[in-house]
Design a protein around this ligand. Sequence first.
Ligand code: MTE
Length: 309
Amino acid sequence: MAGRWKNDLNWSDVTPKAAWLNRRQLMAGAGALALGGIAGPALAKLNAAPSQYSTAEKPDSWEVVTTYNNYYEFGTGKEDPARNAHTLTTEGWQVEIDGLVDKPGTYTMDDILKGTSLEERIYRFRCVEAWSMVVPWVGFELSDLLNRVGVQSGAKYVAFETALRPDEMPGVNSRVLDWPYVEGLRLDEAMNPLTILATGVYDEPMPNQNGAPIRLIVPWKYGFKSIKSIVRITLTDTQPATSWNKANASEYGFYSNVNPEVSHPRWSQASERVIGGGLFAKRKPTLMLNGYGPQVADLYSGMDLKKNF
Ligand code: MTE
């Protein structure tokens, strides 16, 4: 994997030209305004630099990233979220952080972002389900937030919950999943620097269909672990339930690490369809842990990943 990681990317490498120019103009005008959480995510990103873990692969277009989505609260079709998610209201968003933490409470997006404004980074990560994309997320390490709220020594897992708003989410009237959407990570997975909370994509605030205003990204796991529109983060000593495991335990385990050697009962996971590859999209071999093995394989040493799928 040597050479896969690049730490010398510029904004212009991951940002469309027009947005790049806008940013420069904005920066020239923004001057003393920056920081302090005044304008939240938008200004915080002015300081963004690429994460050292960013892949050098070409990112998919804004168009692809924002129109081919999974967000079942807005329908099960890949184009449903882009069509329906405009009804989600994200103003005044709050995230409850509770369980085994020193500072439990209700945190506003400003509370969450204020402490991270200098650390916000671009994370150009590969995402894999049965298809793959490369997305330049804007976000910060989950560990940054967890360290600020103080993880207590008994905590072993982190549970996440998505908003459940029947009035705004047409898909939750269908019983396709047991709502609200929930996910979980082991604490050491949550603390790994590849695990981020994302608040934007390219240099825009997170589009609703991608999980506004704040969502998880765990690039070495299948896409469904990356829960969207988070309203609750709970530190716990017991393995949390996860939506897809509840829906079908034989097909979806807790770990859900990308593993070409473990087939989903109904399809092979040995290869993936490259989205944005045109009409006759190519397939390419799926890499163990989505290619992030050098960073995360240690988390699973001694574990049988065929059993712990
Ligand atoms: N989060 C919620 N709340 N609801 C969902 O249906 N779908 C998951 C994940 N997070 C989902 C979710 C799945 S299956 C995938 S592949 C990714 O979101 C897709 O993220 P993207 O649309 O930004 O590519």
